[in-house]
Design a protein around this ligand. Structure first.
Ligand SMILES: C[S@@+](CC[C@H](N)C(=O)[O-])C[C@H]1O[C@@H](n2cnc3c(N)ncnc32)[C@H](O)[C@@H]1O
Length: 209
């Protein structure tokens, strides 16, 4: 078992409480929309402390929950007892998924690509482990436009330090378009939070070609 880094420990102290409040303010509805189409064998990358769990359909064949932060994984394990679907919690890294090619019907990620060192590589891994026609269900905060985008660029170095590598200014839609995915639907919406650098959101579905 790996031990948490300083940055992971700090993040695990404040993030679950912060995001639980945002979920109560409406984020949970977005998660429900995002995850309603999950089916079959499903992988969630960067599952955190498990805020997405109550929003999965109950009839999944299997749900694999990947979370590299040991402090969050402990909370995730406690919360996963409420799941109907057969589930497994694993350590791992979205940049190098330890699963065979085409082994999932669905992959999901919520607010994860902001934190990745090499998001294009991780998206390639999502593509590899999805079967042809499989679905990637996403939910990410992204760079906004105008003044907000400029402020996000400015604060990203600080936000990365305070939030375990989180970039405020990722252009997730361009990343998706550059990969071998067909965007089936995408909703441009807002995170219900007072923290302006993480307000613009995209929620949707991409199909693996
Ligand atoms: C902002 S949190 C989101 C947590 C959860 N998905 C949610 O919606 O509340 C980002 C998550 O990505 C995870 N993460 C960071 N680097 C990762 C990596 N290389 N592979 C997989 N997950 C990673 C973090 O540990 C953390 O749980």
């Amino acid at each position: 078992m790996t031990t948490a880094t300083f940055s992971q420990r700090q993040f695990a102290r404040w993030y679950p409480g912060f995001m639980a409040r945002v979920d109560r303010a409406g984020q949970a509805d977005l998660r429900r929309t995002q995850l309603a189409r999950a089916h079959g064998r499903t992988l969630e990358i960067g599952a955190g402390d498990g805020l997405s769990l109550p929003n999965y359909p109950g009839n999944l064949d299997a749900l694999i929950l990947l979370e590299p932060n040991p402090a969050l994984r402990t909370r995730l394990t406690a919360r996963a007892h409420t799941l109907d679907a057969p589930h497994t919690i694993v350590d791992g890294d979205a940049h190098n998924l330890e699963f065979p090619d085409a082994s999932f019907d669905t992959v999901t990620a919520s607010l994860v690509f902001c934190s990745l060192r090499d998001p294009a590589r991780a998206l390639g891994e999502v593509h590899r482990v999805l079967r042809p026609g499989g679905r990637f269900l996403f939910h990410e905060h992204v760079r906004g436009t105008g003044l907000r985008g400029a402020v996000q660029d400015l604060v990203t170095p600080v936000q990365r330090l305070l939030a375990d590598g989180c970039h405020a200014n990722r252009d997730f839609e361009s990343l998706l378009k550059a990969g071998d995915f067909e965007i089936v639907d995408i909703e441009y919406t807002r995170m219900p939070t007072m923290m302006p650098t993480i307000v613009p959101l995209v929620v949707g579905t991409a199909r693996r070609s």
